[in-house]
Design a protein around this ligand. Structure first.
Ligand SMILES: Cc1cc2nc3c(=O)[nH]c(=O)nc-3n(C[C@H](O)[C@H](O)[C@H](O)COP(=O)(O)OP(=O)(O)OC[C@H]3O[C@@H](n4cnc5c(N)ncnc54)[C@H](O)[C@@H]3O)c2cc1C
Length: 595
């Protein structure tokens, strides 16, 4: 069993050498957040993750959350960690200052954020969801609602949930049945059943603030008829004092494949008192404000789990000795050589490492763009960020979570049969990773969002913006860029050109058959991801500090080489699948397909 150690050196390298975080954050008007402060936030957060959270990961998985007659008990240690986390102010990192938060741009605390998930993903969901609920209330709620709820959520006295899913309605929210009836007093009575609600009930706080999607009596059919409501577990008086229980109860919790410490609740609303957030039928618009942030948050979960898998695999491949190197014994004083001498084990290790470290550049870049979109003082810059963020978010969410499945699966494989045994802890990472591909819009839905809304819906403008930005940054690298092997530069350009061609191929076919968009989406997204990752590895090489320790820089160069020689060819297969079109998928009648 390996405890998590935050990859501080790589985090700092990405933040400062690749992304120049200090200058980017200063451009947002926050020149108080200098490098020293950014590193200080990283240091404090990663220490908390290593010392407090990482030991909870295994414990939480073994014990799991327990339902008891409507109450939910979280695993041992969850409460104390929650108290320490909130006391240190981490729940308010991005929250508005007027409600006790610190209003930091995401990039300033992203390294801490990554390590919180890697430390104990299931535990982190309690505070992560609350941050999402706070942001939705802040952007969509009336002043009185903000004043009543936000401070207590920021301070950690209360937590928040997002209640969307129902038994018959997951991806297709238009099928929603939960009803909200006006009482005539300004409040509403909500009735219905929500399922899969993370931390819908727990013992960490006295009150829980549910953000619930429901339909008003006069709601139009479909997704245009959905409204958002705030429904506290305990009713709250105007001065913020919690009182009697509201009509919302946890019927049971699910028994799941992973994230056992995170209670996944079936919530029954019975004439529960709630208040409308935003305009009637405008619930999805409020949720959409938070969509990018939430999806980047799930991408971060994928990255963090893959990082933890990398650490376990690298340590095991060093400790475990089996067989001899094909080139002759490398450790003649030992009965056998360590696993890492074998080419196939190196294939697995380098696959994980190249995806994790390339993925970190991609995701931190995404957060930097998101910060500029949210906060840059120049409206023209904010506008320019829209297509970049729009394109990157579904790619990062789907690719980095699928990548987490690959990385954690490979980490199990590196451990051999021992990886299948609970005590090594790597099988937990694999089980925990799967949910990241499913919630916050399944990865299939992300691909459809990219291909349909972001690419076809903008006439290709978003992909053109990404390709232009790639080219601009490579030209801006100047002499440092010229040091990158020319073959990699040519490869990034080739991939970009191919992505533009694939866009044109789908655009030409889609008017005749809209199914072409759905048929191309998964492979198009993956081609885009490998293109972006190739760019990220190119930037990594261009940013390597000249005074970097020789072994560290050699490790980076070797990992980049593996990525370009061994993983970039995957893009060719995805391109072929996009070009093949919808025929192989759609020509077969359902009866013949399903037997
Ligand atoms: C552990 C856990 C925690 C969760 N936490 C929360 C939470 O806190 N709050 C909350 O509201 N929900 C939560 N969810 C629910 C989660 O967001 C949904 O499970 C998810 O949105 C998918 O919905 P579904 O399960 O109904 O699948 P479905 O919508 O039935 O999809 C099934 C399959 O069909 C595909 N599919 C569906 N429609 C289309 C389409 N139009 N085009 C192409 N493919 C399609 C999907 O990609 C998927 O592969 C959680 C779920 C789990 C398991």
């Amino acid at each position: 069993m390996y405890e998590y150690r935050a990859p501080r050196r790589d985090m700092q390298f990405v933040l400062h050498d690749v992304l120049d975080a200090e200058a980017g954050i200063a451009a947002l008007g926050r020149d108080d957040l200098n490098r020293e402060l950014i590193d200080g936030i990283m240091e404090e957060g990663t220490k908390f993750a290593e010392e407090v959270l990482s030991p909870l990961n295994w414990q939480g998985d073994q014990e799991g959350a327990v339902w008891d007659n409507g109450n939910v008990r979280t695993p041992k240690g969850y409460k104390a960690a929650f108290k320490a986390f909130t006391a240190a102010g981490w729940t308010g990192t991005h929250a508005p200052e007027e409600y006790g938060g610190q209003n930091l741009p995401y990039l300033a605390s992203i390294a801490a954020g990554e390590s919180f998930v890697a430390g104990a993903m299931a535990w982190r969901m309690s505070t992560g969801l609350t941050e999402g609920a706070v942001a939705s209330l802040y952007h969509g709620g009336a002043q009185a609602q903000k004043d009543r709820f936000i401070s207590k959520m920021v301070s950690g006295e209360w937590t928040g949930t997002m209640c969307l899913t129902e038994p018959h309605c997951g991806t297709d929210l238009g099928l929603m049945r939960t009803r909200a009836v006006p009482t005539g007093t300004g409040a509403y009575q909500l009735s219905g059943t929500k399922i899969f609600i993370s931390f819908g009930e727990h013992d960490l706080t006295d009150n829980i603030v549910h953000l619930v999607l429901a339909k008003l009596p006069d709601a139009p059919v479909g997704t245009r008829g959905i409204s958002l409501f705030v429904v506290p577990k305990r009713k709250v008086s105007a001065d913020g004092t919690p009182g009697e229980r509201n009509g919302v109860n946890c019927e049971r919790i699910e028994h799941k494949m992973g994230i056992h410490g995170s209670p996944t609740c079936v919530m029954r609303f019975e004439e529960a008192e709630g208040w409308l957030v935003g305009a009637p039928h405008g619930g999805l618009a409020v949720m959409f404000i938070m969509m990018n942030h939430a999806r980047l948050g799930v991408a971060l979960q994928g990255l963090a789990l893959a990082e933890r898998a990398w650490q376990a695999a690298a340590a095991y491949a060093t400790d475990r000795v089996q067989g001899r190197s094909l080139r002759g014994p490398q450790f003649a004083d030992q009965p056998a050589d360590p696993l890492h001498v074998h080419p196939d084990v190196r294939r697995m290790l380098l696959t994980i490492r190249s995806l994790v470290e390339g993925g970190r550049v991609l995701l931190y870049q995404g957060y930097q763009w998101q910060d500029a979109l949210d906060r840059h003082p120049d409206p023209a810059v904010r506008k320019a960020m829209e297509p970049l963020v729009g394109f990157l978010v579904p790619v990062a969410k789907a690719f980095l979570t699928d990548m987490a499945m690959e990385a954690t699966g490979l980490a199990v494989q590196v451990h051999g049969g021992h990886g299948f045994i609970r005590d090594t802890g790597v099988e937990q990472l694999m089980r925990d990773a799967k949910i990241t591909c499913l919630y916050e819009g399944t990865n299939g839905v992300q691909a459809l969002d990219l291909m349909g809304r972001k690419v076809m819906g903008t006439g290709g403008a978003s992909v053109r913006a990404i390709l232009t930005e790639m080219q601009r940054s490579m030209e801006a690298a100047g002499a440092a860029g010229a040091m990158v092997p020319a073959v990699y530069t040519a490869e990034v350009r080739r991939l970009g050109k191919e992505l533009a061609e694939l866009t044109a191929v789908v655009a030409a076919k889609a008017p005749q058959d809209p199914a072409e968009i759905g048929a191309a989406s998964h492979d198009y997204l993956n081609h885009a991801a490998y293109t972006l990752l190739a760019w990220c590895w190119w930037r990594t090489l261009a940013a390597l500090p000249s005074d970097a320790a020789a072994e560290w820089a050699e490790g980076k160069r070797a990992t980049a080489r593996f990525f370009f020689e061994r993983l970039v060819p995957r893009a060719t297969a995805h391109a072929a699948a996009v070009r093949a079109g919808a025929g192989a998928l759609m020509d077969v009648p359902a009866a013949a397909l399903l037997g």
